[in-house]
Design a protein around this ligand. Structure first.
Ligand code: S3P
Length: 182
């Protein structure tokens, strides 16, 4: 793993595989797996969906920003984030400067196929989730690209092949960081 950043952060829309890929990647790298949504739920003392309903999105984003501030300073690990983490410029900057960021990129159609039965994601509890995913993609794709160091096109490949692609990219980064050691 790169000597510069010891945390690898996964970003992307809901359903892009951040948690599944993150867990496997952490296992391969033999480092802790951190899930910002899960840690956030522990701090909130309730589900994200319930918090959204009771307090609204801005309060949720404040809490999320605090969790990102704390976790991005961890010494080591793979960090999986909530899909909206890139909305705040502070989060994009912190993650980019403190960690190595991989964007798991998928089309709204692929995401819809994976998420159509989901009941937990507050932003997708609407009459037409596919249109919502298209809107989210349009708004957020440039933000994910801005925050990322590299992009993994997810399409339909297996989790193992996505983990392999990230491992290759991290090895390349390491070679670039210390060319003499190759
Ligand atoms: C959100 C995505 C969710 C969660 C919250 C808001 C978003 O995480 O943080 O519901 O704005 O896209 P996942 O990307 O893990 O679904």
């Amino acid at each position: 793993m790169s000597g510069k950043h010891l945390i690898v952060t996964l970003i992307g829309l809901p359903g892009s595989g951040k948690t599944t890929v993150g867990r496997q990647l952490a296992r391969r790298l033999q480092v802790p797996f951190l899930d910002s949504d899960q840690i956030l739920e522990q701090r909130l003392g309730c589900s994200i969906r319930a918090y959204f309903e009771a307090e609204g999105e801005e309060r949720f984003r404040d809490m999320e920003e605090q969790v990102i501030e704390d976790l991005s300073q961890s010494a080591l690990g793979v960090l999986s984030t909530g899909g909206g983490v890139v909305l705040r410029p502070e989060n994009r900057k912190r993650l980019h400067t403190r960690t190595t960021v991989a964007y798991l990129r998928a089309s709204p159609e692929d995401l819809y196929r994976r998420l159509r039965h989901d009941t937990q994601r507050p932003l997708l509890q609407v009459a037409d989730p596919l249109s919502r995913l298209r809107e989210l993609f349009e708004l957020r794709d440039p933000l994910y690209l801005e925050a990322a160091h590299f992009v993994i096109e997810t399409g339909r490949p297996s989790v193992v092949s996505q983990v392999n692609k990230i491992m290759m990219q991290l090895e390349l980064d390491e070679l670039k960081a210390s060319p003499g050691s190759a």
